[in-house]
Design a protein around this ligand. Structure first.
Ligand SMILES: Nc1ncnc2c1ncn2[C@@H]1O[C@H](COP(=O)(O)OP(=O)(O)OP(=O)(O)O)[C@@H](O)[C@H]1O
Length: 524
């Protein structure tokens, strides 16, 4: 987020909005002036003048608040249009990034933008308002008496900086709350996840005892923070009262000596309040602008346009690995035997839990990069090729469906594949289930409501792979949730095609194992 982007979005509106903020500052200053005229009119016993100035003051105040409301509305409109643009750019970036992590994207698109709005965007208008108000009030006071401006400035600076001596203890008290809160929530989350087990073994007392300790710590942290908060409030109030009294005394003295208009006694309080308020706001909002820098840079990087790399290369039909090793960040290492899968071969990949079967597929898909060794891909004729990995049919352990119709989940939104999708649905034994759904294959997949069973989801993903006719299919436990009869029929269908199929499965019955050309067992 940058000011120049906010300007470019609609220069006229942006300038008009900032001008409106400046104008409200001018109206506020005039309204404070009106008070001087009102009091001077009363002193001179000019009732008509008094009423006129009071009416004028009311009008200025009403106009100011009306302008403020309108500016708030159009500022929101301006920002929402800008955020819409950012969201689209962040999503386009995420889509084009080949292996970027997407876990935080939702938060970046919602919470982070909301934080940016509060910390950065809203601060811009407020800074303009406060700066103009500061300038106007400063000039007005200087025009009355330099000594008055000087005193108001000194008092304002004292009001701003003296309470900072308590900043440290207050910050520490707040940090303590946040740490205790985190601990308490973590303890609750850890224990509540096992609530059923606790009930089963009737150990409620232990649970309450442990949670009680963290809750007491949180309670103490809140009380301590309240004490620091009160001390700060008291100091603030004392400095504020003392400062105002000094300003009032100086004004009264100058009025008594005939150097200031009588009515100023009434407005000077407003002026000093505005000056102090503006100085305070500028410091606060500036702090927010600075604090949001990291967030702004992060969002900027996420928006940077990326061109989706169309993978050069051809559809692989076979592969071979050599000296393949992978070391994870935690030091755990998987060392693979050299594997050679020929075009059209049907291979059952087995091995104990953790032997690296799923990871082998991720290496083949480029989702994980090997620490050493090679993977070579070949076409149907056994010729070495540069692979286009998007042409590999990969079915991970968890069937990934989108919140669209079952049909679209199979065709992946290509209407030309609709009739092939129906045939594939039959091959994966989905037709019978689909006939019971309200709209057949056009029934929407309800991700939250889970309207498809685990096995049905796997069938949809299998049909998707079949329709998109990849020459190489990597299936990671793709039939684990499907009943035995259907799974047998699907495997038959799958294995009679010309494609190369590598399927990870545990405990496959001997009859189904026999359908494969060979079994490749990995050892941990
Ligand atoms: N990101 C990671 N960081 C550290 N270790 C990992 C990571 N991913 C996988 N592993 C480890 O690598 C090993 C192989 O995991 P993988 O999921 O490939 O096994 P698998 O053979 O598919 O097992 P299963 O049959 O249980 O699905 C496991 O010991 C696992 O703990």
């Amino acid at each position: 987020m940058r000011i120049k982007d906010l300007f470019r979005l609609n220069p006229g509106r942006f300038v008009a909005l900032l001008a409106a903020r400046a104008l409200t500052a001018l109206l506020t200053t005039w309204a404070a002036f009106a008070l001087t005229w009102e009091f001077s009119a009363i002193k001179g016993r000019h009732l008509q003048q008094f009423l006129l100035f009071t009416g004028l003051q009311l009008l200025l105040l009403l106009l100011g608040s009306l302008l403020d409301q309108a500016a708030d509305y159009f500022w929101e409109l301006h920002l929402e249009k800008y955020f819409h643009q950012i969201r689209q750019e962040v999503l386009a970036h995420a889509y084009a990034e080949p292996a970027g992590t997407k876990e935080n994207l939702q938060s970046e698109l919602t919470n982070d933008l909301e934080m940016l709005k509060e910390q950065y965007a809203d601060s811009i208008g407020s800074i303009v308002h406060s700066a103009v108000l500061l300038g106007l009030v400063g000039c007005s006071l200087a025009a009355f008496r330099w000594s008055l401006l000087l005193l108001v400035l000194v008092v304002s600076v004292l009001q701003m900086y003296l309470p900072r001596v308590l900043d440290g203890p207050l910050q520490r008290a707040t940090d303590r709350i946040s740490a205790s809160n985190r601990r308490y929530l973590q303890t609750l989350a850890d224990w509540l996840s096992g609530l059923d087990t606790l009930r089963r073994y009737a150990v409620g007392e232990e649970f309450l005892k442990i949670v009680h300790v963290d809750a007491r710590e949180l309670e103490a942290a809140y009380v301590k923070e309240q004490k620091a908060d009160q001390e700060l409030d008291y100091l603030n109030q004392a400095i504020y009262s003392l400062g105002n009294m000094l300003i009032f005394l100086l004004t009264a003295y100058l009025v008594a000596r005939g150097q200031l208009e009588f009515g100023l006694i009434a407005s000077v309080n407003d002026f000093s309040l505005y000056l102090f308020g503006s100085l305070m706001n500028i410091a606060n909002y500036r702090g927010q602008l600075v604090a949001s820098r990291g967030l702004r840079e992060k969002i900027l990087a996420l928006r940077a346009p990326l061109v989706r790399q169309e993978q050069p290369g051809e559809a692989p039909a076979a592969f071979a690995t050599k000296d393949l090793r992978l070391t994870f960040a935690n030091g755990y290492e998987i060392k693979y035997p050299d594997i050679k899968i020929k075009p059209g071969e049907k291979v059952l990949l087995t091995g104990a839990n953790g032997s690296g079967k799923s990871t082998l597929f991720k290496l083949l898909m480029g989702e994980v990069v090997a620490s050493s060794g090679q993977i070579n891909f070949f076409d149907q004729d056994g010729k070495k090729i540069t692979p286009d990995r998007s042409k590999i049919g990969y079915l991970p352990q968890q069937a990934i469906l989108l919140p669209a119709s079952v049909m679209n989940n199979i065709t992946m939104f290509d209407p030309a594949l609709a009739s092939a999708a129906k045939a594939s649905a039959a091959d994966v034994q989905l037709t019978e289930a689909a006939s019971g759904w309200p709209q057949g294959l056009e029934t929407p997949v309800d991700l939250a409501g889970d309207n498809l069973s685990g096995g049905q989801k796997q069938k949809v993903v299998l049909a998707r792979a079949e329709v998109h006719s990849s020459q190489l299919l990597l299936i990671d436990e793709g039939t684990s949730a499907i009943d035995q009869a259907a799974s047998q029929a699907i495997l038959h269908e799958l294995l009679k095609s010309k494609r190369t199929v590598v399927l990870i499965a545990h405990n496959l019955p001997a009859k189904e194992r026999a359908l494969f050309d060979r079994e490749l067992a990995l050892t941990a």
